[in-house]
Design a protein around this ligand. Structure first.
Ligand code: PMP
Length: 409
């Protein structure tokens, strides 16, 4: 029987939302969610996505589209256009046929399939014992996907300077420098979750230098392309830099945030291999992994993304939507910062406006977070991470005043 099965720990971010839902307080605010919210606090179906879905529905009705299985590695136009969005049109890997994408189940599926592949084929003599480095802090699911793929030596590289609320570059470089050769290193392509702090261009060059010298394997996570700077190319600069130096790499690309297609699970695992023959072998192995895991990917989200990226008019409209989301986040940063200054809240708050992407790492400590949840009904992650677009003109003053009280009580 299953009498021995212990109850697992709830997943923090989902537990937070469940607690928020049952809280009857009229001023409650949920800053924990990992999705875009409009000024009215609602989810946003991008107009260009809704329009494309209507078109796809017509095509299904007219039988010019169907529900046949996709190839195991996915919708060919989707993977081609998605990979191009990540690596850029001038990508040497794409031009020489040694880069390609595999359609997977969201960014999470890309991380998991990538990890499954690396455990079997990167450093095969070590297998699951190959060290994997994650930024400290990082997105919680990074460790889980690699652990469940069989990696046992999960390590941290220092990333965050708590005192100065900025990137701990020296420590980061030190930790990668002392990593055993051929370790895997997970890098956030942009809009680092949860700190909202990315390396600058010159800092990326220093990271690239260590990765190359130590022969580390770079695995990028790109879940927020367009959210950091509002510009798609700029947000992919780190991946392109590594590619331009001839490195082999993987990149877990998610369309959950920048297309607002969260529950459609649209992801692409970008592969840059040494040459086209190696790429063909890698893809053939990934086919086997996918076949045994979910067999074939779902088509709906991939069709939407492929249609939009492949049509210049729709693509332009989509770029406008991404900019709208990025700008709303920036506006909320500015307003929260100004309000805290106006209140004279002790401490420095410039990091709120300096950080980028959907999240801010407020620097609020555990006691202050507990106070906000318990006394103010303002829900946020224990790490102090808040989703900037969960703020709006209706709740911003209340949140700022609550933070002020948390800091001064
Ligand atoms: N990486 C990071 C850093 C994320 O924040 C997320 C989404 N929260 C993902 C990957 C995975 O996204 P998806 O929902 O597409 O699996």
């Amino acid at each position: 029987s299953f009498a021995e099965v212990p109850h697992a720990q709830p997943i923090a971010v989902f537990q937070l939302t469940a607690d928020f839902r049952v809280d009857p307080h009229p001023s409650k605010v949920n800053l924990g969610v990992g999705a875009f919210r409009t000024e009215d606090g609602l989810p946003w179906v991008l107009p260009v996505v809704a329009k494309t879905e209507a078109q796809l529905a017509r095509e299904l009705e007219e039988s010019t589209l169907d529900h046949e299985y996709l190839p195991v590695i996915g919708h060919p136009e989707f993977t081609r256009l998605a990979t191009q969005l990540s690596l850029g049109e001038a990508s040497p890997g794409l031009q020489s046929g040694r880069a390609a994408g595999v359609q997977v189940i969201g960014g999470t599926g890309a991380l998991r399939i990538g990890a499954e592949f690396l455990r079997r084929w990167w450093n095969p003599e070590l297998g699951g014992k190959c060290p994997v480095y994650f930024s400290e802090p990082t997105w919680g699911n990074h460790l889980s996907t690699f652990r469940d793929a069989g990696f046992t030596d999960l390590r941290k590289y220092r990333y965050w300077d708590e005192a100065c609320r900025r990137l701990a570059l020296t420590e980061l470089l030190e930790d990668l420098e002392s990593a055993p050769e051929k370790s895997v290193v997970l890098l956030h392509a942009c809009a680092h979750n949860p700190t909202g702090t990315d390396p600058t261009g010159p800092q990326w060059l220093q990271i690239l230098d260590v990765v190359k010298r130590r022969n580390l394997f770079p695995f990028f996570d790109s879940a927020y392309q367009g959210f950091a700077s509002g510009k798609l190319d700029e947000d992919a600069a780190a991946i392109r830099l590594f590619e331009s130096h001839g490195l082999e790499l993987l990149c877990a690309q998610s369309f959950s945030k920048n297309f607002g297609l969260y529950n459609e699970r649209v992801g692409n695992l970008v592969i840059v291999a040494r040459d086209s023959a190696a790429l063909a072998c890698i893809k053939s192995q990934i086919v086997l992994l996918v076949r045994a895991m979910w067999s074939n990917p779902p088509s709906h989200g991939a069709r939407i993304v492929a249609t939009v990226l492949g049509d210049p008019v729709l693509r332009k409209e989509w770029i406008g939507c991404v900019r709208t989301m990025a700008e709303r986040v920036k506006l909320m940063r500015q307003q929260l910062y100004e309000k805290l200054r106006q209140l004279g809240t002790p401490g420095t708050w410039e990091h709120i406006v300096k950080q980028i992407g959907m999240f801010s790492y407020t620097g609020l400590n555990r006691a202050q977070v507990d106070f906000l949840i318990r006394e103010k009904h303002v829900y946020l992650m224990a790490s102090g991470r808040i989703n900037m677009c969960a703020l709006n003109s209706h709740n911003l003053n209340y949140v700022a005043e609550s933070i002020h009280d948390a800091v001064t009580t």
